[in-house]
Design a protein around this ligand. Structure first.
Ligand SMILES: Nc1nc2c(ncn2[C@@H]2O[C@H](COP(=O)(O)OP(=O)(O)OP(=O)(O)O)[C@@H](O)[C@H]2O)c(=O)[nH]1
Ligand SMILES: [Mg+2]
Ligand SMILES: [Zn+2]
Length: 274
């Protein structure tokens, strides 16, 4: 019987088969190669086969991700380099990225406007508030296997709680002093919602571009939908767009056709890839 692994706990796997959940072990040879939450598996007495993965994340271990909700907010101060890395990561792995701006209840207008300008033509952007239970823009987007990513304390667990109206995911207090919050979410499991599943994840904030992005410096700009149409204006085919000479991207930034912050963050990611 084919099923989906929803949870892993001390050698036992919760597998959903025909709307029921079975708790099973993995057979010896399957255990060796690893079973991830998100794996499609065949189950007999135990898990006997893991189907080929569309993609897999290592930290946290999660397979076959369809959509990634990249959560940012006003507090903690958004790390947009991280957000851009996550977008790149998605584009490389066949995952659809969506930026979820949480804590709409406390967002200044200027901030919303700026975020909209930065991500216009790049990625779908939605605004929600876990606190006010104003999350319909998000629940509409839950299709397939979905996960949340983003810095600690942006409200990933709060959003999941809000979706389920439960206190199942651990919520950590945002430390006032450092405005960073503590990392409270450790285990990954999938929760069913409508026709999709969502995973609570914390480890994404530890992503390191070098570790996960299998992109060469030359290829990087191809993953920028907002840059693409200006690349043919570069004089040199191998242009990295980091040098003012005859560069179509730099020209477009000057003319305000490419967002400054996106470009500056591009340069940061480029220098990490070099
Ligand atoms: N004002 C406001 N505060 C929120 C909102 N959503 C979450 N918070 C607060 O933000 C803090 C962090 O929320 P969490 O849900 O624990 O954040 P997290 O992203 O899961 O954090 P980690 O598990 O550490 O990665 C908590 O104090 C929440 O009460 C919101 O929509 N508005
Ligand atoms: Mg959390
Ligand atoms: Zn260029």
């Amino acid at each position: 019987m084919k099923g989906l692994v929803l949870k892993k706990n001390a050698g036992l796997y919760d597998v959903e088969i025909d709307n029921k959940i079975l708790s099973v072990k993995a057979s010896g040879n399957v255990k060796k190669s690893g079973v991830y939450v998100g794996d499609y598996v065949d189950v007999g007495e135990s898990i006997i086969k893991v189907y080929e993965r569309k993609n897999s994340l290592i930290r946290p271990p999660l397979a076959n991700l369809d959509r990634l909700f990249i959560v940012i907010s006003f507090v903690p101060k958004p790390d947009l380099v991280l957000a851009d890395k996550l977008i790149l990561y998605c584009l490389c792995k066949g995952i659809e990225p969506i930026i979820v701006v949480n804590k709409e209840d406390i967002l200044p207008k200027d901030f919303c406007k700026e975020i909209k300008e930065i991500y216009k033509g790049v990625v779908k952007l939605i605004f929600v508030s876990a606190e006010k239970n104003n999350i319909s823009a998000l629940t509409k987007e839950i299709k397939g296997i979905c996960a949340f990513a983003g810095q600690s304390a942006v409200g990933k667990s709060s959003l999941i709680n809000s979706i389920y109206g439960s206190r199942e995911a651990e919520i950590g207090g945002l430390s006032k002093k450092v405005e960073r919050g503590k990392q409270t979410t450790r285990l990954t499991s999938l929760y069913k919602f409508g026709k999709g599943y969502i995973a609570d994840t914390a480890g994404f904030s530890l992503l390191d571009a070098k570790l996960v992005l299998n992109i060469t410096p030359q290829e990087l700009s191809r993953y920028y939908p907002d840059f693409i149409k200006f690349i043919p204006n570069c004089k040199f085919r191998s242009c990295l767009h980091d040098n003012a000479k005859d560069c179509g991207i730099i020209e477009a930034v000057k003319q305000g056709k490419i967002n400054q912050i996106r470009y500056q963050n591009y340069l940061k990611i480029l220098s990490e890839l070099k």
